[in-house]
Design a protein around this ligand. Structure first.
Ligand code: 5GP
Length: 243
């Protein structure tokens, strides 16, 4: 399937139309950014690792009844996906308190959160992704009450499936961000990506970080090894790409 027209160039992915108007091609680039795009570096094969990890996770979620936009991964860094109209909400689920939660609230870093915290942020770098609540979502005309319920239900289901999936790979799913969109029939599907860019992943034994937090902390020379570690643990050998 050929790329036709570039319709969206985000911080790390480019989205193209295809000959099928209901499908898009998402190219995962090798860019890594932090601070709402303020810092940017290029990391060798990062796009391929993230697209392959994301495709695997989307397939696992589909097997567990969570509909996603994923269709195929024809190349390690190229995903064919259902075209969605994205909802500008970052749905965040937290199983352990850290990051912005402990910066903004008096909660101890590392505290287990059971039940998990569910948070919604407005996806807009210019405003630094401020936190939303139901009345803000309504006032901004982003989603209806019914749609908010669907987002919450789906995010919690994704958490349930992925906590177990990562635990089987010796990884703690600390927190993550997901985004959803509507297909041509108005169904809400999981979109975007689930990769070490938008998750906090800790080694279950050592609690070592295996995600983008390393880059946020300036450990640029360690971050790709962490992504490759996640890839090696969750991608079976027969599904690995040729390096
Ligand atoms: P925090 O709010 O603690 O910075 O992030 C919570 C979780 O959501 C982390 O796993 C983080 O990676 C993810 N997250 C929150 N906002 C963003 C964002 O704008 N981009 C990405 N890639 N991940 C985000």
């Amino acid at each position: 399937m050929d790329k036709k027209e570039l319709i969206n160039s985000g911080k790390v992915k480019s989205v193209f139309t295809t000959e099928n108007e209901d499908e898009v091609i998402i190219e995962f680039r090798d860019d890594m950014t932090a601070g709402d795009g303020a810092r940017k570096e290029v990391m060798d094969k990062k796009g391929a690792y993230n697209a392959t990890i994301s495709a695997k996770i989307f397939k696992v979620l589909e097997e567990n009844g969570v509909e996603t936009q994923f269709i195929d991964l024809p190349e390690p860094n190229v995903m064919v996906a259902k075209k969605l109209e994205m909802i500008p909400i970052e749905v965040i689920v937290r199983n352990i308190a850290t990051g912005s939660l402990v910066r903004n609230y008096p909660i101890e870093d590392g505290k287990k959160l059971d039940p998990p915290i569910l948070q919604m942020d407005y996806k807009d770098d210019e405003y630094h992704d401020p936190m939303l609540n139901r009345s803000l979502i309504k006032a901004l005309e982003i989603a209806s009450d019914e749609e908010i319920e669907i987002l919450i239900e789906k995010a919690l289901k994704i958490n349930e499936v992925l906590v177990k999936f990562f635990a089987d790979a010796g990884i703690i799913l600390v927190d993550f961000k997901v985004e959803f969109g509507k297909d041509k029939d108005g169904n809400i599907l999981l979109g975007d990506e689930i990769s070490p860019d938008g998750c906090r992943l800790w080694d279950s034994e050592t609690l070592e970080m295996l995600d983008k937090e390393l880059f946020r902390k300036g450990k640029d020379n360690e971050v790709m090894n962490a992504y490759i570690e996640v890839y090696n643990r969750i991608i079976p050998d027969e599904e690995k790409f040729d390096v």
